[in-house]
Ligand binder design. Structure first.
Ligand SMILES: Nc1ncnc2c1ncn2[C@@H]1O[C@H](COP(=O)(O)OP(=O)(O)OP(=O)(O)O)[C@@H](O)[C@H]1O
Ligand SMILES: [Mg+2]
Length: 501
């Protein structure tokens, strides 16, 4: 098979709710896409699990479906990239390839008491200097600790080298490259930077963190860059293709938005929203945001991000649909919101499981405030959309505080960006333009970019920058007086949600 003949780069986007596979042509256009959902397993309140075997099966299915859709085979594919839901934790048996427990998903809060224990008198920030992160149920390390504590014999077997840990990137890479028959056990710097186990300056596993959580080093994957050949696929219709790109989904979206340089930022609006700002070769630090790796190409220096993670944005729209039943599709929220001309004084704080950035308050709970007899479903729909925009504004404010650099524009992607009303409101709330990418699948695209660069399918990042295209741009229309008044009311609503539990 000659790579010169290859027409496409392939990319897996293994997300929280579904798995996608795309084939991208040299112009950066999507030639084929297949997508399948997987089961969300909720055994108790606060627990969220996935079946890693199901995720691997869905991955194989979408690969073969997308290849079939454009009549392609492995010879048409120059390389494969992987983007994945971050932090979600799998531990499997190296001999049998079977996971010893379901994957514990990033949203899962079962490690709350373990996290308090790990913090002890030293506090939640005891690993922040080296890892860029506070101790939290959100990250992988405590989830690994929990599995080793709760699956019988797991800690001894881990010490004996019989088990392997990975985030979903590692799990897919290992299976794709042969699994028990010589599968590659590796992760990339962006995924590793979300484990609480990696030193973000040296890009190596951090002994103190491993010791604190009782995690033996032999359990861990090798940390590699985001763009290099890790191995060759041996299974699925892609057998023979090099696997050459890996990035956590939010970093992949940043890469897919061509935000390669310091100061460039994107916000991805999905279940939650994740605003990442490239800070270049410097690790920037501030207590209200997370410091992580943006990307690293082969042996070049790593680039970093400041990240504001917002737990609930699109999920609040799903809540209107599934729990209140006032809309019958996510898209219908826009029509409902347009039945009124403003929010009617109603504010919605979607603190369903506390508030992430910039508040980091797990004692907050959801609130709808400002209700009068005048308020109707349209006002509530509007307040849900506005909450997304104000949460984004507050994360961006925290970024500007930390970096001291003002913002030119915000690039956006993800399911909620189909909502034009929200996008205009977002520009108004920020006071800077909002720009939607022409390719909606920026997450998968970023993984394809990383793989394509590694195998020479594209010449370099400058070429990718040229390939990036805007679909639409929203200029702020509201005046600053309106903006500050509404922002103050939003903040007041947030105060009402704090300290509830
Ligand atoms: N027109 C719309 N207006 C508002 N929200 C919307 C609209 N369309 C979709 N959404 C919301 O966007 C979210 C889905 O976004 P997206 O498809 O980007 O997520 P995803 O990448 O599949 O998620 P994950 O990676 O977590 O699996 C849902 O929460 C949905 O409620
Ligand atoms: Mg996604």
């Amino acid at each position: 098979m000659t790579q010169d003949a290859a027409r496409y780069v392939g990319a897996i986007d293994q997300g929280t709710t579904s798995t996608r596979f795309i084939l991208v042509d040299s112009d950066g256009r999507i030639a084929a896409l297949a997508q399948r959902e997987h089961t969300q397993i909720h055994l108790r309140a606060g627990w969220v699990e996935h079946d890693p075997i199901e995720i691997w099966q869905r991955t194989c299915e979408v690969i073969d479906a997308a290849l079939a859709r454009c009549g392609a085979n492995a010879g048409d594919v120059a390389g494969i990239g992987i983007a994945n839901q971050r932090e979600t934790t799998v531990i499997w048996d190296r001999q049998t390839g079977r996971p010893i427990h379901n994957a514990i998903v990033w949203q899962d809060t079962r490690t709350a008491s373990l996290v308090r224990e790990l913090a002890g008198d030293a506090g939640l920030d005891r690993l922040r200097e080296r890892t860029g992160l506070p101790l939290s149920t959100y990250f992988s390390g405590p989830k690994v600790g929990w599995i080793l504590d709760h699956v019988q014999g797991a800690r001894q077997r881990a010490q004996a080298g019989e088990l392997a840990f990975g985030t979903i990137d590692s799990w897919l890479l290992w299976n794709l490259t042969g699994g028990t028959e010589g599968g590659v056990h590796a992760t990339d710097v962006t995924n590793a930077s979300r484990t609480l186990l990696m030193d973000i300056e040296t890009l190596e596993w951090h002994d103190e963190a491993l010791e604190l959580m009782g995690i033996p080093a032999v359990l861990l994957p090798e940390i590699r860059s985001c763009s290099e050949v890790y191995g060759e696929a041996t299974v699925t219709g892609l057998a023979g293709c090099p696997v050459a790109g890996m990035l956590g989904d939010q970093q992949a979206a940043l890469f897919g938005q061509a935000c390669f340089s310091a100061g460039e930022a994107k916000n991805t609006y999905g279940t939650g929203s994740f605003l990442l700002v490239n800070t270049g070769e410097r690790v920037e630090r501030t207590r209200s945001l997370l410091s992580s790796v943006a990307y690293r190409r082969a042996d070049q220096p790593a680039r970093y991000v400041l990240e504001g993670s917002i737990a609930v944005t699109g999920a609040a729209v799903q809540w209107l649909r599934d729990k209140l039943g006032i809309i019958d599709s996510a898209a219908a929220v826009e029509d409902l919101a347009r039945t009124v001309t403003d929010n009617g004084g109603v504010y919605f704080v979607p603190a369903f499981s506390g508030l992430f950035a910039p508040y980091w308050r797990d004692d907050a709970r959801g609130a709808i405030v400002g209700l009068t007899a005048y308020a109707n479903a349209g006002h509530i729909a509007r307040a849900v959309l506005e909450a997304t925009a104000w949460q984004t504004r507050e994360v961006l404010d925290a970024v500007v505080d930390a970096t001291g650099a003002p913002f030119g524009e915000l690039r956006v992607d993800g399911g909620m960006t189909a909502n034009d009303l929200l996008m205009q409101f977002q520009a108004d709330a920020l006071g800077v333009p909002v720009v939607r990418a022409a390719v909606a699948e920026t997450t998968a695209l970023g993984a394809a970019f990383a793989a394509g660069l590694a195998v020479g399918f594209w010449s370099g990042q400058d070429e990718l920058r040229e390939r990036w295209r805007a679909d639409r741009r929203w200029e702020p229309q509201a005046d600053s007086q309106w903006r500050e008044r509404e922002h103050a009311l939003w903040k007041k609503a947030v105060q009402r949600s704090l300290g509830w539990v």
